[in-house]
Design a protein. Structure first.
Ligand SMILES: Cc1cc2nc3c(=O)[nH]c(=O)nc-3n(C[C@H](O)[C@H](O)[C@H](O)COP(=O)(O)OP(=O)(O)OC[C@H]3O[C@@H](n4cnc5c(N)ncnc54)[C@H](O)[C@@H]3O)c2cc1C
Length: 381
């Protein structure tokens, strides 16, 4: 091995960390750069299937693969969390107290559910943002015979902002198939003065919801929960009772990020929006849900960011000039009915347009776990 062989340490074994590791391995020679990934998960779950699994529309076993198996040849995966970042000495410390030096550090630790911010959440609410929660919700939905369902999100930001409306359209399909749609009221609550963050997409989705008889409550910022009385209260003073509350939990960045001084209490890392580097460190980056960038927290975002960053690091290591930048590109297919979906393309400069929905987009979404595991995660596309 050459004496000046570099080492890239990637912290996080989710969508962003895995795509970046595999893409960087494709673009670079192992004799020039070693790639080490630290992560805590035994299995890698394809989270977008959370809008299908609670209804039995997909079998969860196709949505999970062993994490270790997803790294291409030439990548070292160490199954351990990182508990300390020391940027001044270019080192990280893992849970077993070993210290590792890096030439490049990429933080891809995603976010976490900060349910401690909403007392009573665990007792009051169900959700579909993890595999366990989706399976639990599946049991609750099977036992549901009609009544009042309240759907929403506890706060902003969350992963995949369209997921709550996607879930709602799938729920309508599910209730129709079970013959209990007419026995069920669906109330959709949203913290802003619309039903989605981006205005023109929001108008499109709101119209579809109204056509399907969904009762919309805008400016509903969840303030407190009453699990015993089955009530949810908003900061704005509105109270809704429910038979089933499906509420995306509050999110925040990882505690270790705040504890290491890399972010404020929110836990989200500020990076340069075009180059993804942290402060004035040219060799420290954050990607995926771990950042505080204004674009969607989505696997699709992580995918485009990884393409940029893998190319940049590989070119630097090879001594080539590299002038490209990341412009906030995202492409995201979202469900808009029981059988249709729309694909949204956007970047920092171009907001998405909700043009038309189609069955082929729905099919694209339905098969996306296969594309994800075989091509996207692998760094091929
Ligand atoms: C219901 C749902 C639907 C979605 N639908 C879509 C969709 O249709 N399209 C789309 O593009 N996106 C979608 N997403 C969002 C997408 O899944 C996430 O944005 C994506 O997983 C983010 O990738 P990430 O690597 O940043 O974070 P994650 O995938 O969460 O990975 C972070 C990893 O870091 C690890 N980690 C944390 N702390 C440490 C530490 N200290 N040391 C080492 N490892 C650590 C964690 O264990 C985890 O494995 C959806 C999400 C949900 C929940």
């Amino acid at each position: 091995m050459p004496l000046n062989r570099k080492r890239a340490i990637i912290v996080g074994d989710g969508a962003a960390g895995t795509i970046l590791a595999n893409k960087l391995r494709f673009h670079s020679d192992p004799s020039e750069i070693e790639i080490v990934v630290f992560g805590k998960s035994e299995n890698h779950y394809f989270k977008p299937d959370g809008v299908q699994i609670p209804f039995g529309f997909k079998d969860y076993r196709n949505s999970v693969k062993p994490t270790q198996s997803l790294f291409n040849y030439g990548i070292q995966f160490i199954k351990s969390g990182i508990k300390e970042f020391d940027l001044d000495n270019s080192t990280v410390k893992c849970e077993k107290d070993n210290t590792f030096r890096y030439d490049y550090l990429i933080i891809a630790t995603g976010d976490r559910f900060s349910t401690e911010d909403l007392p009573g959440y665990e007792k009051a609410a169900s959700h579909f943002y993890s595999l366990e929660a989706s399976l639990d919700l599946k049991r609750k939905l099977s036992a549901f015979r009609g009544g009042k369902i309240v759907i929403g999100q506890a706060s902003i930001p969350i992963q995949c902002p369209p997921a709550p409306y996607e879930f709602t359209f799938q729920l309508i399909q599910y209730l129709k198939l079970r013959g209990i749609r007419d026995k069920t009221e669906i109330h959709y609550v949203y913290p802003l003065n619309r039903v989605f963050t981006i205005p023109n997409v929001s108008d499109f989705v709101e119209k579809l919801m109204e056509e399907q008889g969904v009762i919309i409550h805008k400016m509903f910022n969840v303030d407190s929960l009453d699990p015993a009385g089955k009530k949810v209260n908003s900061l704005e003073g509105e109270t809704l009772d429910y038979d089933l509350l499906i509420l995306v939990p509050p999110h925040s960045g990882q505690k270790v990020i705040t504890e290491s001084g890399l972010a404020d209490q929110s836990g989200y890392i500020s990076v340069d929006r075009h180059h993804l580097n942290y402060k004035d460190y040219d060799n420290v980056f954050a990607i995926g849900d771990a950042t505080d960038l204004p674009i969607s927290k989505a696997g699709a975002t992580a995918h485009f960011q990884s393409e940029y960053l893998a190319n940049r690091i590989a070119n630097e290591v090879n001594g080539n000039a590299f002038f490209d930048s990341y412009n906030g590109e995202v492409a995201c297919t979202t469900i808009t009915s029981g059988t249709q979906a729309i694909t949204l393309f956007f970047s920092y400069d171009k907001p998405p347009r909700a043009n038309f929905q189609s069955k082929s987009d729905y099919f694209l979404k339905w098969t996306s776990s296969d594309t994800y595991f075989s091509a996207m995660l692998r760094g091929i596309m």
